[in-house]
Design a protein around this ligand. Structure first.
Ligand code: RIB
Length: 316
């Protein structure tokens, strides 16, 4: 197992490459889920740009990083709009290519009155991002201080990118979402940091994660397997880091949430930027907790993410 130091190469802005997904989010705000065979009315619907990779790219860009995104987009109406949306945040899309004849990824999302969400994903073009695409984007990856990945693309591409980064000494943050039961942990244990939520941690380890005590035991089982750092996102409870140096819980600020969709992605994108800027896990966790909390106060996914100025001006 090899890890890399996550410090900045040159320049004043952190350089981050994100290898991952884009989706079109179809968000329905519901009063409750219908039963089988039942039709009920929902009060509101919104469409927006999402996908865990794109969300993390937008959060990192909003926080001031130079972001290069590596992805496949759909050969339909949503494809060019997705590229345009990424570019509107200043994200480099030189390695965002259309998957010929394949639909865009879409995500029907249901947000309940408690602002919690349930998400279905149809991968579409995201499944067409192959190791050969990663080879074509190798320059952008090599020029980065850090690479961020999630699991809305094929596992072979995830393993290939992690290997490439390990050989090049580039740190990787892996957000194992949505969790994939076929994920081979031995092929990903060289990452700088793995960042699951409690549900993902439970699937990865087969251990309960209801209480903080259980989360700690499950996260420690990953470090015992060779992972250097496990950062568990705990929603409104904050985030919890376990590493060789010990463990720490950083509580999240209390806010009135409207929609939690994409909050985990907001956390990851912001955490990466703040860590590259400060080299301080606690500062990065504290800031990312605040950034994610702020994102839940507005509806939608990417459009709920604050820019750096509003993030810094926010008072809780
Ligand atoms: O993490 C939230 C995201 O998950 C949504 O934007 C949706 O597209 C799915 O990828």
């Amino acid at each position: 197992m090899i890890s890399a130091d996550a410090s900045r190469k040159t320049g004043s802005r952190p350089k981050i490459a994100i290898v991952g997904s884009t989706m079109v989010d179809l968000i329905t705000y519901i009063s409750r889920m219908p039963q089988e065979g039942e039709t009920i009315e929902a009060p509101r619907f919104e469409m927006g740009f999402g996908g865990k990779g794109a969300n993390q790219a937008v959060a990192a860009a909003m926080m001031g990083a130079e972001v290069s995104f590596i992805a496949r987009i759909g050969d339909d109406l949503f494809g060019p709009a997705t590229r345009q949306n990424l570019e509107s945040y200043g994200i480099d899309t030189s390695h965002v290519d259309i998957a010929p004849g394949v639909s865009s990824g879409v995500a029907p999302i249901f947000v309940d009155p408690a602002s919690l969400n349930s998400i279905l994903i149809i991968k579409g073009a995201n499944a067409c991002l192959l190791p050969s695409d990663i080879d074509r984007a190798a320059d952008a990856i090599h020029a980065s201080d850090l690479v961020i990945m999630q699991l809305e693309i094929g596992l072979d591409t995830v393993y290939y990118t992690i290997d490439l980064c390990r050989e090049a000494g580039i740190p990787v943050i892996l957000n194992p979402a949505p969790v994939n039961p076929y994920l081979n942990l031995e092929k990903i244990d060289s990452v700088f940091l793995i960042a699951p939520n409690e549900t993902e941690l439970k699937t990865l380890t087969g251990m309960p994660t209801e209480s903080l005590h259980e989360v700690k035991a499950a996260a420690k089982s990953l470090t015992a397997m060779g992972f250097l750092r496990v950062l568990v996102t705990l929603g409104d409870k904050g985030s919890f880091l376990v590493s060789g140096e010990g463990e720490v819980l950083v509580p999240a600020p209390k806010v009135k949430s409207a929609d939690t969709t994409g909050a985990g992605d907001a956390f990851i994108g912001c955490f990466a930027v703040l860590y590259l800027e400060t080299q301080d896990f606690l500062k990065a966790m504290e800031g990312a907790n605040r950034y994610a909390a702020l994102s839940t106060m507005r509806n939608g996914t990417q459009k709920s993410f604050p820019d750096r100025k509003s993030f810094e001006a926010a008072i809780f």
